[in-house]
Write a protein that binds this ligand. Structure first.
Ligand code: HEC
Length: 168
C-alpha cells in the first residue's frame, strides 16, 4: 500500500481528512446553521468551517510536496494558514459548543472534561505548525517534508482522543 501511495497522501488519509476534502466539502455533515443560533451553536459552526480550512491547507501542502519541483510560495502560503489556524484553535471550543450546540459536531465531551489534556494536544500542534511555518518561510522544502509528518501526527494525536468517528 505504501508503494502505491505517496507518504503525504497516506498521512492525509490517516489524519482522516482525505475523503471530506476530496469531496469538496459537499458531504452529508456539511449542514446549515439554523437561524437565530445561540452563541455556542455559532461557535460550533465557525469551528467546523475553520477545521475545513485547516484540512484544505494541509491537503494542498501535501499535494504540492508530491510535485517534482514544489512551489515554495504555495508551500509557504499553506504552512502559514495552518500555523495561524493552529494558534487560534483553543478559542474555537467554548464550553457548551459540542453536540448539544450542533448535532453533527464530532467534538467529544472529553474536550471540556479533560481540558488540560486537550490544551496539551492543542499546544503540541501549535509547536509543530510553528516549526513547519518557519521551514516553509525559509524555503526549506526538505525540512518541510519531514516536519509535515510531525504536524500530521499532532492532528492525529488530538483526533484519536477528542474527535468521534465521522458522522456521515
Ligand atoms: C487539539 C485538538 C485538535 C487538533 C490538534 C487538530 N484537530 Fe482537527 N478536529 C478536532 C476536533 C475536536 C474536531 C471535531 C470538531 C467538531 O465537529 O465540532 C476536528 C475536526 C477536524 C476536521 C473536520 C471538519 C469538520 O468539522 O467536519 C478536519 C478536516 C480537521 N479536524 C483537520 C485537522 C488538521 C489537518 C489538523 C492538523 C493540522 C487538525 N485537525 C488538528 C480537534 C483537533
Amino acid at each position: 500500500m505504501a508503494s502505491v501511495m505517496s507518504k503525504g497522501w497516506a498521512l492525509a488519509l490517516a489524519v482522516g481528512i482525505g475523503a471530506a476534502v476530496a469531496a469538496g466539502g459537499a458531504v452529508a455533515h456539511d449542514d446549515k446553521m439554523p437561524a437565530n443560533a445561540s452563541p455556542a451553536t455559532k461557535a460550533a459552526y465557525a469551528r467546523h468551517a475553520n477545521f475545513e480550512k485547516m484540512g484544505g491547507a494541509f491537503k494542498a501542502l501535501n499535494d504540492e510536496l508530491k510535485k517534482g519541483e514544489p512551489s515554495k510560495t504555495v508551500v509557504a502560503t499553506n504552512a502559514k494558514t495552518i500555523a495561524t489556524l493552529a494558534g487560534a484553535l483553543p478559542s474555537w471550543f467554548p464550553r457548551g459548543s459540542g453536540v448539544e450546540a450542533r448535532a453533527m459536531s464530532e467534538a467529544k465531551p472529553d474536550i471540556w472534561r479533560d481540558a488540560a489534556g486537550f490544551s496539551t494536544a492543542a499546544s503540541n500542534l501549535q509547536a509543530q505548525a510553528t516549526k513547519l511555518n518557519q521551514l516553509a518561510a525559509a524555503g526549506d522544502i526538505g525540512g518541510v517534508k519531514g516536519q509535515v509528518r510531525n504536524t500530521g501526527m499532532a492532528c492525529k494525536g488530538c483526533h484519536d482522543k477528542y474527535r468521534v468517528e465521522k458522522k456521515d
